[in-house]
Write a protein that binds this ligand. Structure first.
Ligand code: AFP
Length: 324
């Protein structure tokens, strides 16, 4: 089985980008080791702090964030990093070619129940026109040169794209190397599976409720087929399932808090997952536009997400646009 670096070279990925992806896999192995040690490493449970999003931080959120930041910032190709856990960006090398945005540990409420979590990353080119600070990161997702995630599950997987399809590597614990196990993931166009946090039903807009009602109505309803539902409560794991066997994943607009109608973040979750999904032949939409076309306003921006099997994303959008 092929190793990571030779695969990247075969895909004719630029040397600087290979170096950044290599650094990310080093971090991933370290986080994976700590997670698998669990209680034995004394890293489970929460800290007493909240992150910039106002959420309680788990010890492993803090540890993974620190690790990624420290190791990435030693790489001379890294101009700056932005993290879901940090208020502002952190500068690296002034002539670095790449910007890395990451969610160090997505789905962290799963840590203490020994369920799946992951590290999501997005790599953008550093602007060369003198743009500085946070403004450097405010590029549409279509500018990403690579995106991916590490899924810490029964196996540790590195799933990424550099724009030439979606590659899956599995961490061989015996030799400590990521080995290529899937060359080109492809999402089936049709699906009978969806993922949504149903407990928020009462907070959605009527058109989204109508769409989900019709899925639940099954083969005697207007969609004329039975749908199954899955919810892992970690986007990284739910999207992995969609990439492997199709499905629709959505975290839609929600009216609970007028100034916070969306949950997922554009830079750390929306954009990288959208690039992967499109590279695998699926679609990723915010409900208003293609996610990769969104011009970010700030690094912690949140958006609606509807992604997965292409025909099902179209079906969902047709309800939202009122044509069903
Ligand atoms: P964290 O990164 O703070 O753990 O949040 C995970 C997440 O943003 C996303 O991965 C899940 O899809 C979503 O939250 C699950 O949230 P709920 O199940 O609470 O709706």
């Amino acid at each position: 089985m092929q190793r990571l670096i030779p695969t990247l070279r075969q895909d004719q990925v630029a040397e600087g980008l290979i170096s950044v992806i290599n650094t990310l896999q080093i971090c991933a192995k370290e986080i994976s080791f700590r997670l698998h040690q669990g209680e034995l490493a004394g890293v489970l449970g929460s800290t007493l702090d909240e992150n910039i999003q106002g959420e309680t931080q788990k010890k492993l959120d803090v540890l993974s964030n620190q690790l990624l930041k420290d190791i990435l910032l030693e790489n001379k190709f890294v101009r700056a990093v932005a993290s879901e856990e940090e208020e502002g960006i952190v500068d690296g090398f002034s002539d670095g070619k790449y910007l890395i945005a990451f969610d160090p540990l997505d789905g962290s409420s799963n840590i203490d129940i020994n369920s799946m979590v992951g590290t999501i990353f997005s790599i953008l080119p550093a602007p060369t026109d003198g743009t500085e600070d946070e403004a450097m990161f405010l590029q549409p997702g279509s500018n990403q040169v690579a995106a991916g995630y590490v899924l810490y599950g029964p196996s540790t997987l590195l799933v990424f794209t550099t724009g030439k399809g979606v590659r899956v590597f599995t961490l061989d614990q015996k030799v400590g190397e990521f080995l290529l196990t899937e060359h080109d993931l492809e999402i089936p166009k049709d699906t009978c599976e969806f993922a949504i946090n149903m407990s928020n039903y009462r907070h959605w807009q009527p058109e989204m409720r109508h769409y989900i009602d019709d899925l639940l109505a099954g083969e005697t309803g207007p969609r004329c087929k039975n749908f199954n539902m899955r919810w892992i409560a970690a986007m990284v794991a739910d999207v992995h399932r969609v990439l492997c066997r199709g499905g629709l994943f959505t975290y839609p607009w929600d009216c609970r808090e007028a100034n916070k109608p969306y949950k997922l973040r554009l830079m750390y979750e929306g954009n990288p997952m959208a690039m992967l999904v499109e590279q695998a032949g699926g679609q990723a939409h915010s409900g208003e536009q293609r996610i990769l076309d969104i011009q970010p306003q700030h690094i912690h921006q949140r958006i609606g997400v509807i992604l997965g099997s292409s025909n099902e994303v179209d079906a969902c959008l047709s309800y939202l646009q009122g044509s069903q």
